[in-house]
Ligand binder design. Structure first.
Ligand code: DLL
Length: 441
C-alpha cells in the first residue's frame, strides 16, 4: 500500500475506509429514507413510481433500486424552476444552476444539510489529493451559479486551507498572486490551467523555481491522461482529477487519489450505477456505460437514479491506496459529445489522446465537423511549437501526417489536420468547447 496516499488515520476520511458490508448498510438505510422522502414530497417521482407500481416499502435491498424510475436533465428543465424541490422554500439556503446547450438552465436548491453533504465530498477529495491545512488554495473556478468556485472555496476553508478566491479570468493577476502569496494548490478547469501555464511561461516564469505550486485540482470537463502528463512535466505539480455535477451537488462527487487510477466515488452520499444507455439495464462492474447517481442524503432537490450522460465504468478491483469506496474510470466523454462521422462513433477525447502522443504538438486544438455532399468531414486545427512551424515544408508535411496517423490509429478514420501558430486558437477561463459541428447549423 502506498503510504503517501493512505489517509486512514484522518477522521475526515473515515467513510472512505469502512468495510463493504458497513457501507452497504449505510447506503440501504439512507436509500429507504430518500425514496420515502421523494415519494411523499416530489409529485413527479410519486407519479412515475405509481406508474411503475413501486412503493417506497418495496425497496428492501440495494438491488431493488432497479425498480425505481430514472430521472433526466429534461425532467429538471420541464419542472423549471422548482418543481422537483423536496422541501419547503424556508429550508432552502442556496440555489445553483447549470446551463444546458439550449433554453432554460436547470435549477438545484440545497438545504443546509445538503451543503454539508456536498462539502464533505470536497473535503474528502482534497484530503485524497494530499492537501492539508498548511496549503494555500487558489480557487480559479468561476464563482456564482456554477458550483466549481463556491464548492472548492467552502471545501478548502472547511479543511483549513487559506483560500484565495480569484475566480476565473484576469490571468496576469492569477499568476502574480500565485507567486506573491506562495500558493501551493490551484483549482480550475484543466484547459484554464493550461492557459495560465502558457501565459506564465510567456512571462518567463519557471513554475518549479518561482512558485510553490504542488497540486492542481482539475475537473468540470473531460481531460486525458496525456494532458495530465503534459501539465505535470511542464510545471512539476501533481495534477488531480475531481468530478461532479450540479444536479447531484457539484465538485466532490468523486475524486482521484494519489494512485491516479480512476476516481473514488463518495458512495455514502452518491450511489453510483452504470447502465447500458440503450436497454437502461445495469451492467456488470468493469463494463462501460452511462453513469447514474442516486443522492442518498440530499433532500432539497433529491435525485433518484439520475442519468448523467457521462460514460465510464466501475473499476472492479480494490485501489492500492486502501480505500474501500468504489472507483469509476476517468470520465472521458459524455454520450452527447459523441460525434458520428461516416457512421463511426468518435469522441473528442480520443482525438486529444492521439494528438498528445506527437512531439511538438501543443495542448490547444479545435475540431470542426462538416458535411460535403453526403460525406461527413472532420478537421482538427492544432497549435504546434514555433520551432516546428519554422521547419522546412517537407518536415511540416511529415508532422501533419504523423498527427493524422496517430489519430487514425485510435478512431480508425482519416481526418484533415491543419497546423496553426501557438496562441492562435481561442482560450477558455472555464469549460472549454472544443468542437464546432457545422452539420447542426
Ligand atoms: O462541472 C461541477 C464541477 C466543478 C466538477 C468543478 C469538477 C470541478 P456541471 O457544470 O453541472 O458541474 O457539469 C457537470 O461536467 O456531467 C461531466 O460531463 C463534466 N465533468 C465534471 N467533472 C469532470 C471530470 C460541474 N473530472 C458535467 N472529468 C459532468 C470529466 C467532468 N468530465
Amino acid at each position: 500500500m502506498c503510504r503517501e496516499c493512505n489517509d486512514k488515520e484522518n477522521p475526515l476520511s473515515r467513510a472512505d475506509y469502512v468495510s463493504v458490508d458497513e457501507m452497504r448498510n449505510i447506503q440501504l438505510t439512507k436509500l429507504k429514507k430518500i425514496v420515502r422522502h421523494c415519494y411523499d414530497n416530489v409529485p413527479l417521482t410519486r407519479l412515475r413510481m405509481d406508474e411503475k407500481g413501486v412503493k417506497p416499502e418495496d425497496i428492501k435491498t440495494l438491488e431493488d433500486m432497479r425498480f425505481l424510475p430514472f430521472m433526466k436533465k429534461t425532467d429538471l428543465r420541464d419542472e423549471y424552476p422548482k418543481g422537483l424541490f423536496g422541501v419547503p422554500m424556508r429550508d432552502i439556503v442556496r440555489f445553483h444552476c447549470s446551463s444546458g446547450t439550449t433554453g432554460k438552465p436547470i435549477v438545484v436548491g440545497s438545504t443546509r444539510g445538503d451543503l454539508d453533504v456536498w462539502i464533505d465530498g470536497v473535503v474528502r477529495s482534497l484530503v485524497m489529493d494530499g492537501i492539508t491545512n498548511e496549503d494555500i488554495l487558489q480557487v480559479s473556478y468561476g464563482y456564482g451559479l456554477f458550483t466549481g468556485g463556491l464548492g472548492l472555496h467552502y471545501g478548502g476553508e472547511a479543511l483549513g486551507c487559506a483560500v484565495v478566491p480569484t475566480s476565473g479570468g484576469n490571468t496576469d493577476r492569477q499568476i502574480m498572486l500565485m507567486r506573491d502569496l506562495g500558493v501551493t494548490a490551484i483549482a480550475c478547469t484543466p484547459s484554464y490551467f493550461i492557459h495560465i501555464m502558457d501565459e506564465a511561461l510567456k512571462k518567463g516564469v519557471d513554475f518549479r523555481k518561482e512558485t510553490k505550486l504542488r497540486h492542481g485540482i482539475f475537473g468540470a470537463e473531460p481531460w486525458t491522461d496525456e494532458i495530465r502528463a503534459k501539465i505535470e512535466s511542464v510545471t512539476g505539480i501533481e495534477a488531480h482529477d475531481i468530478y461532479g455535477l450540479t444536479e447531484v451537488s457539484g465538485p466532490g462527487v468523486a475524486s482521484s487519489c494519489r494512485c491516479h487510477s480512476g476516481l473514488h466515488v463518495f458512495e455514502d452520499h452518491f450511489y453510483p450505477e452504470i447502465i447500458n444507455p440503450d436497454t437502461l439495464e445495469p451492467v456488470p462492474d468493469g463494463t462501460w456505460g452511462e453513469l447514474v447517481f442516486t443522492t442518498l442524503d440530499r433532500f432539497g432537490t433529491p435525485m433518484l437514479r439520475y442519468r448523467t450522460r457521462d460514460i465510464t465504468r466501475i473499476i472492479p478491483d480494490r485501489c492500492d491506496c486502501g480505500r474501500t469506496i468504489r472507483r469509476i474510470d476517468r470520465i472521458s466523454a459524455r454520450t452527447d459529445d459523441m460525434l458520428i462521422i461516416r457512421g463511426v462513433n468518435v469522441f473528442p477525447s480520443q482525438i486529444e489522446a492521439g494528438l498528445m502522443t506527437v512531439d511538438k504538438v501543443l495542448p490547444h486544438y479545435h475540431i470542426y465537423v462538416d458535411r460535403e455532399g453526403d460525406l461527413d468531414t472532420i478537421e482538427v486545427k492544432v497549435e504546434v511549437t514555433a520551432d516546428a512551424l519554422g521547419d522546412q515544408i517537407k518536415s511540416l508535411e511529415l508532422l501533419r501526417r504523423t498527427i493524422a496517423e496517430a489519430i487514425k490509429k485510435i478512431i480508425n478514420i482519416s481526418i484533415k489536420v491543419t497546423l496553426v501558430e501557438p496562441h492562435s486558437l481561442p482560450r477558455s477561463e472555464g469549460k472549454m468547447n472544443r468542437v464546432t459541428d457545422n452539420r447542426k447549423k
